[in-house]
Design a protein around this ligand. Sequence first.
Ligand code: PLP
Length: 398
Amino acid sequence: MGAEPRAIPPSPQVNTLLQHSPYQPPSGFNAVQPATHRASTVIFANVAAMRAREWRRKTGYTYGLHGTPTTFTLEARLAEIEGANHALLCPSGLSAIALVNLALLQQGDAVMLPANVYNPSRDMAQRLLCGWGITLQVYNPQDLVATRAAITPSTRLLWLEAPGSVTMEMPDLRGLVALAQQHGLVTAIDNTWGAGLAIKPFALGIGISMQALTKYQSGGADVLMGAVLTRDEALQDKLLDAHMRLGLGVSGDDASLVLRGLHSLHLRYHAHDEAARRVASWLQGRHDVQALLHPAFPSCPGHTHWVRDCSAAAGLFSFTFQPQIPAARVDAFVDALCLFKIGYSWGGPVSLVVPYDVAAMRGASWPYASPLVRLSIGLEDPQDLISDLDQAMRVALG
Ligand SMILES: *Cc1c(COP(=O)(O)O)cnc(C)c1O
């Protein structure tokens, strides 16, 4: 770190000069945004410095994969937001989930996932982890008694998600953490919805927080990135080890985009929240709507847990139409929307809509007959979004 570059030899050929510009990074220059450093190679001042490099603990710069000033800055900012001691960046939210699993689980262990977990996370457990001798235990996050009964001596890791993906149930995080502590399980939360703002995992005693920065931290619908955060040194050691060995690097350009997004994270998050609650209130009063699944509304399972443990809500929620409205009509409604675009992900500037057949996705325990519609409320004026929903209902439902 901080070593002066070695001198360029006199009169180099042009092809040498092209690689060895006399460029020096500016000193005495300060800007709002940190510089974007792009590096695979990191240059050492001498052989002794190279040999003394400490790559595993990330106490210095050794190789692009092990971090640059740009990625270290983003990790530090994310840790500040959530009150963590450590953060690690991953190339996507899903790879951050993989990092937690691969760092903490071994052959013979079991991992518990909530039934309403982010679906690719369950798929990873079923298609990869199970093949490596790790058992998947699916639990009902709204039922502490059944969850306690499902824990076995080989259970190591309890994943939490608040609220559940797509169906939006808010679990009793405090109850689940207490259960995990009684049984010596590590807890990890997929805290993408909370974005480090609405839910404070470490204040709740959760061991690891994972987030898809792809959503609110980026805010632009143009970056894929994930993060894993902890306060616990022993957990951080395991995570670091796996992070290095798996080669989970992110580019300086992507890290810069997320750093820029962080300046407006708080403003955007609360704007998404307020607009989503206005749209949800309007939907709640429609006779075509059966169930409103937004954690800040009493109709959502686990609403009282949201009141107790969350300081805000994201701009993401779901609803179902009345049971007599068939799937084809729901598809027609989605197709008739103009401002809401059809697409995956959420947390970006443009509102998004996806219809889900939850019964097919999750099995028999789903109480609603009509397909579920999930909305991600963007940064448009909420009244324009309501007008769009209104016209699409008139077109598709009559
Ligand atoms: C989007 C998402 C992820 C995965 O993030 P990617 O960056 O798309 O891999 C994980 N968990 C939740 C809850 C998500 O919504």
